[in-house]
Design a protein around this ligand. Structure first.
Ligand code: IPE
Ligand code: IPE
Ligand code: MG
Length: 251
């Protein structure tokens, strides 16, 4: 049995505040276009929303916040936009990491780093090292992340580490090899920007997550919009396969 139980193997404990929120921050480009600004102006504004959402999570005592910053498919964007995003990532690390550290926040990056510039990889490593022993919010940034990549790299590592179990692997065997092995599965998934898709995000981990979609564009996702997502979550009945009657009769 791993550190965290799987929602498909065991019924997890449900609290009124989600312990883990996973977000697809979408709509930056449209936010900028609406204002006749270049798309990248939306990305810049989006960083401010990240700062605010981190604060809201700390305030509500959310333990894990996982943000999709760059997907493995985002390399298909125009070269200029990709390099702007990489630069923004570098700047954000430079500017924000000491503040995160002061606030006892632990920063983790998931995704395939092998495609990144060595300067960026060094900055990511240094930021993770600096904040490694912090005990507050765990802020995970998914960059060059893809859910299918994650499952496949986990399977490959598991097979190398546990060759004797080949042909009989269980969910518990796999979990420690997934990128988010240090966190429970997300309770709440939020996607801003109006699209209703998962876009190759945490495919394994979202199996029983409550999904919330809003038309609000990421740069406009303020505290009121965040609280609407939380309220929606608190009104859900998380049955994990059981009937509603079973839930109500359980003490
Ligand atoms: C999300 O905003 C940010 C990234 C994918 C990096 P978009 O850039 O996808 O914004 P829209 O969807 O074009 O509005
Ligand atoms: C998903 O956003 C990835 C991130 C937010 C980083 P996209 O806007 O790239 O998603 P699709 O490709 O339109 O589904
Ligand atoms: Mg988009």
């Amino acid at each position: 049995m791993g550190l965290f139980s799987s929602a498909t193997q065991q019924i997890p404990e449900v609290a009124s505040v989600p312990k883990h929120i996973a977000v697809i921050m979408d709509g930056n480009g449209r936010w900028a276009r609406k204002r006749f600004l270049p798309r990248v102006a939306g990305h810049k504004r989006g960083v401010e929303t990240v700062r605010d959402v981190v604060k809201h999570c700390v305030k509500l005592d959310v333990k894990y916040l996982t943000l999709f910053a760059f997907s493995s498919e985002n390399w298909r964007r125009p070269v200029d936009e990709v390099s702007f995003l990489m630069g923004l990532f570098m700047d954000a690390l430079d500017r924000e990491v000491s503040k995160l550290h002061q606030n006892n926040i632990k920063l983790v990056m998931i995704g395939d780093r092998s495609y990144f510039d060595t300067n960026l990889v060094e900055k990511i490593n240094a930021s993770e090292r600096l904040t490694a022993n912090n005990t507050g919010l765990v802020l995970t940034i998914a960059a060059n992340y893809g859910g299918r990549w994650d499952i496949l790299q986990a399977v490959n590592h598991m097979q190398l580490a546990l060759p004797a179990l080949a042909g009989q692997f269980t969910e518990e065997n796999l979990y420690p090899f997934l990128s988010m092995h240090y966190a429970p599965e997300p309770d709440l998934f939020i996607r801003t920007g109006g699209e209703m898709r998962i876009s190759n995000y945490l495919l394994w981990q979202l199996a029983y997550t409550e999904l919330y979609f809003t038309d609000t564009l990421w740069p406009d996702f303020d505290e009121a919009a965040f609280n609407l997502a939380i309220t929606s979550y608190t009104q859900r009945e998380r049955r994990f396969g059981r009937t509603s009657e079973q839930l109500h009769s359980a003490t």
